[in-house]
Write a protein that binds this ligand. Structure first.
Ligand code: ADP
Ligand code: MG
Length: 226
């Protein structure tokens, strides 16, 4: 069974009296453990597609299946659990809470888990992830004392905190220098290989896209294989 099936999905947004068709009849399957890149111009529907797969935006038509189940038939508790525990998100902005340290920002997703409360093992995991993104010396630092690129790396680490099966990454390295960007890509590839984590990553960097297995392009809401 494919991990993700996007089946004839349409997403329309009403804007005044008009309707914007952000995703036009998209069909796509993604196998567990694959690394998918998506390229496309601004406004082509990339973020909308990630949001549909992430259980954040319901389709106007069509279905989004995860391990054979239609996300949008789930009740809101099940959908929240999916977003919190099965998916890791890297949004276009780093979106850290300013009143929490780097480590506390990583602990936050654990607090929303339904099954366990945070303990030492989670603290250790937060430390390890911050180490993996090169921020061992910034564990107890607040976002305002971090550079934009460092904040970005905290957000990258945070996405792995709940051991997700799927990472949805929206230009996750867009604001990093070339060397750090390559380091983060190596980290993603390692997580993909060692843990079988599926990645769907929007990127404008063709060097990064080339390192992925499945290449997609979006053009005015239409998705195609490259
Ligand atoms: P991309 O990520 O490729 O830049 P988006 O998915 O953000 O594209 O947007 C696709 C289209 O849908 C754009 O025309 C955008 O203006 C529109 N759009 C996105 N989100 C909304 C929304 N919440 N309400 C109305 N229109 C939206
Ligand atoms: Mg976008």
């Amino acid at each position: 069974m494919s991990q993700i099936v996007i089946d004839k999905v349409v997403k329309e947004y009403p804007v005044g009296r008009d309707t914007i068709v952000a995703v036009k009849n998209a069909s796509l399957t993604i196998e567990k453990g694959s690394f998918v890149s998506i390229v496309g111009h601004s406004g082509s529907g990339k973020t909308t597609l990630l949001s549909l797969v992430g259980g954040m935006v319901s389709p106007t038509a069509g279905r989004v299946l995860f391990n054979g189940e239609d996300l949008y038939t789930w009740n809101s508790d099940r959908l929240s659990e999916y977003r919190c525990e099965q998916v890791g998100f890297m949004f276009q902005s780093a979106s850290l809470l300013p009143i929490l340290t780097a480590k506390e920002n990583l602990m936050l997703p654990v607090a929303f888990r339904t099954r366990e409360s945070p303990d030492n093992s989670h603290e250790q995991r937060a430390d390890e992830l911050l180490h993996a993104v090169g921020l061992s010396d910034k564990i107890n630092t607040y976002p305002s004392q971090l550079s934009g690129g460092q904040q970005r790396r905290v957000a990258i680490a945070r996405a792995f905190m709940n051991g997700p099966e799927l990472i949805l990454a929206d230009e996750p390295t867009g604001d990093l220098d070339e060397e750090t960007e390559n380091d983060m890509m190596q980290f993603f590839l390692r997580m993909n290989k060692e843990h079988g984590t599926t990645f769907i990553m929007v990127t404008h960097n063709s060097d990064l896209a080339r390192q992925t297995q499945q290449h997609l392009r979006m053009d005015r809401g239409v998705i195609s294989a490259v």
